[in-house]
Ligand binder design. Structure first.
Ligand code: GAR
Length: 172
């Protein structure tokens, strides 16, 4: 059975979308959070998914002991060093059309900058923030009468729709 680890530090809506997508498929999903009070851990408990709470400085040890076919950063808000990246294949989801709006608060920054189009990017992870080779992008329009909340909803809709499908392709 293929094993996928999702790494998340916060809310975990992408984690839940991934778990739902693979529910009746032959793929094992597990969760790693660096924060012991992250809401995503509650989701994992409710969904019956095994979770690990691993402080950032113990990440490398964790990957020496546990092996996965793919590791998915979905709202994991830390930069992984090369010694960790060498231990598995890592992808990341980011809520902008990279290379635009790397880093924090990308949705809000794209919106406030008056962009007419933004979107999401799924990419391989390297040591630079939001920088590795792009695997997939999807666009959405920012209509003139759209609120930030409506735009955020669109972005998350795209993330939840595409990320599980891309994971499935990559582990085939
Ligand atoms: C997602 O929008 C993801 O693209 C973003 O964090 C959010 C996590 O949401 N990641 C980054 O900004 C990485 N630079 P979630 O916890 O509800 O899945």
């Amino acid at each position: 059975m293929k094993k996928v680890l999702v790494m998340a530090s916060g809310f975990g809506s992408n984690f839940e979308a991934i778990v739902e997508y693979f529910k009746n498929k032959d793929v094992c999903i597990e969760l790693l959070s660096d924060k012991n009070n992250a809401y995503v851990l509650k989701r994992a408990k409710r969904l019956g998914i095994k979770s690990y709470i691993i402080p950032f400085n113990e990440t490398s040890n964790f990957f020496l002991k546990h092996k996965f076919n793919l590791v998915v950063l979905a709202g994991y808000m830390r930069i992984l060093p090369k010694e960790v990246l060498n231990l598995a294949e890592f992808i990341n989801i980011h809520p902008s059309l990279l290379p635009k709006y790397k880093g924090l608060n990308a949705i809000k920054r794209a919106f406030m900058s008056g962009e007419k189009v933004s979107g999401i990017t799924i990419h391989y992870v390297n040591e630079e923030v939001d920088c590795g080779e792009i695997i997939f992008q999807a666009e959405c329009k920012i209509e003139p009468d759209m609120t930030l909340e409506e735009f955020e909803e669109q972005i998350h809709f795209l993330e939840h729709m595409h990320l599980p499908r891309v994971i499935e392709e990559l582990i085939k």
